[in-house]
Design a protein. Structure first.
Length: 104
């Protein structure tokens, strides 16, 4: 599929806004949605519960490798979540807008 969503999380709203703006400005994503969430996970043997901010980035699949490298270079976490979710369908005009906005 030529389009995907890429998900990552950051620890606070300021980092979420900064990373979202950087991704859009770099042309790596047409849109980044930011959402407050609560995460429960195990890290280095300890069970954790932390507030986080999820970024949902709409982009072209061809941009994934560049976007992943960008996220890793600008991320505060030792091991950031970077997950690609294929978009298997969608409104043609919307997907064209995604293509146009993620041509960086």
């Amino acid at each position: 599929t030529p389009f995907c969503m890429v998900l990552t999380t950051v620890p606070d709203a300021a980092q979420a806004e900064t990373l979202a703006r950087q991704i859009v400005a770099a042309g790596l994503g047409a849109c980044v949605q930011v959402q407050a969430i609560q995460s429960f996970y195990v890290w280095k043997g300890a069970t954790c519960a932390e507030p986080e901010w999820r970024l949902c980035i709409k982009t072209r699949s061809a941009q994934y490798a560049r976007l992943e490298a960008f996220i890793r270079a600008h991320h505060a976490y030792e091991l950031p979540q970077v997950v690609q979710v294929p978009i298997t369908g969608g409104a043609v005009d919307y997907l064209q807008w995604v293509a146009d906005g993620s041509a960086g």
